[in-house]
Ligand binder design. Structure first.
Ligand SMILES: Nc1ncnc2c1ncn2[C@@H]1O[C@H](COP(=O)(O)OP(=O)(O)OP(=O)(O)O)[C@@H](O)[C@H]1O
Ligand SMILES: [Mg+2]
Length: 388
């Protein structure tokens, strides 16, 4: 934290400097304000994080000069002094003063700086990107189809995106993009302790949309003698600080590892089909997610995949069984989806105006809230047209 101290008294300046240095702060500079000087910041060529102002008869003018600056150019201000001139408080507020400390109230000043420093630190911690797990209520419901297409849309529309394939047995995700990873996810997990935002990139295969795919290499000879769940959470933490969005495609059954992952993501997409059996399984799974894994209901989005209007089971019945009025419907387009899978080409690229593509764009808007960037690509423009 860079601290600038301004005073018109040499003695007061020295006292404040040594007091603040005693608090363990290292980047401190004291400036002695001379007669004509008004703005303490004009004396230095950087923007300090905190300005400690020792009050004098010129305090109001100094605060006025500071208040005239743009908000983003002003540091947090602490005013130190016993007798503040009339109007000083008003201008201090305008200039963004955070605290008034009585002279020689050393403990109070140290405490005030500590508070500002922890606020500043909290602001600088990256919040991390959004993480979404996709889970089938029942095997074969289309979880991987939705995870891959959502991730592809996110990347195409300009978001730095990764997809993680947690199906170590079949590793379906790379097939959806007609790609083969050179280094596997298991190897990344084996080295999870040493990974950072740069090193992790080496384990991904890149799709032309910009999407990074982290997937196991089937039959890879990596002995799994560690707790996968713990390591996965560690890798997820690296991924979310590296990518704006990380989408995780989970395998068909819920085990301890996926349970651990589900607890640490921002949002869960629960994919089901339009049948009584699927409703039964989805209700059970949602209960487990909410009651056992303690995932708040508002973080769970239910997707009815392969939806048709002609089904005997309508969406109102599904909505009431799942106690969810906000179902996402993805239409059934068997031929198109099968072709897209066979060719390893995301469906929005293959048939951008199809009903299924439109529904996927809607899903993307709902869970990622992402607007297409102008001039990004043919696809982004198509998406904009679809949205009208
Ligand atoms: N909206 C859709 N319309 C038509 N067919 C679909 C649709 N979504 C998925 N399918 C088909 O369903 C099949 C299974 O989908 P997917 O590849 O996503 O596997 P999955 O449900 O993730 O399976 P697993 O449970 O093994 O993880 C695929 O063959 C795909 O063609
Ligand atoms: Mg799957």
């Amino acid at each position: 934290m860079k601290i600038l101290i301004s005073s018109r008294s040499d003695q007061a300046l020295k006292t404040l400097e040594s007091l603040i240095a005693g608090g363990g702060y290292q980047e401190i500079e004291g400036i002695l304000m001379m007669n004509g000087a008004r703005d303490p910041l004009s004396v230095v060529d950087y923007r300090p994080d905190v300005l400690v102002m020792h009050a004098s008869d010129h305090l109001v003018e100094e605060l006025q000069s500071l208040a005239a600056r743009q908000k983003r150019d002003r540091p947090a201000i602490i005013v130190v002094g016993d007798q503040l001139p009339a109007d000083a408080t008003r201008y201090a507020m305008r200039a963004g003063a955070r605290d008034f400390i009585r002279e020689q109230d050393d403990a109070e000043l140290v405490e005030s700086l500590r508070r500002l420093s922890s606020e500043l630190y909290a602001d600088q911690q990256p919040a991390g990107g959004k993480t979404i797990a996709v889970l089938n209520a029942k095997g074969g419901s289309g979880g991987t189809f939705i995870a891959t297409n959502l991730a592809h849309l996110s990347a195409t529309m300009g978001g730095d995106t990764a997809i993680v394939d947690m199906d170590f047995q079949f590793a379906p995700v790379p097939h959806y993009f007609d790609l083969t990873p050179k280094r596997g996810l298991l190897e990344a997990l084996a080295n999870s302790g040493e990974l950072d935002g740069t090193a992790i990139g080496a384990y991904a295969v890149k799709h032309e949309s910009g999407l990074r795919i982290f997937a196991p290499i089937p039959d890879a000879q990596v002995a799994v003698d560690f707790n996968l769940g713990d390591r996965m959470v560690q890798v997820l933490d690296v991924l979310k600080h590296r990518y704006e969005r990380t989408i995780i495609d989970l395998p068909r059954h819920l085990d301890e590892n996926s349970a651990q992952l589900l607890k640490s993501v921002d949002e869960v997409l629960l994919v089901m089909q339009q049948s009584l059996l699927a409703v039964h399984d989805a209700v059970r799974l949602k209960t487990v997610l909410v009651n056992e894994l303690e995932i708040p209901e508002e973080r769970i989005t239910v997707i009815v995949n392969r939806y048709t209007k002609n089904s005997t089971l309508d969406t109102d019945d599904i909505a009431s069984a799942l106690d969810d009025e906000d179902l996402v419907l993805i239409p059934n387009q068997y031929k198109l989806v099968a072709e897209s899978l066979d060719m390893g080409e995301p469906v929005v690229e293959q048939a951008p105006t199809s009903a299924v593509s439109k529904a996927l764009v809607g899903l993307q808007g709902r869970v990622l809230g992402q607007q297409p960037q102008e001039n990004r690509s043919f696809l982004a423009k198509t998406v904009m047209r679809l949205r009208g």
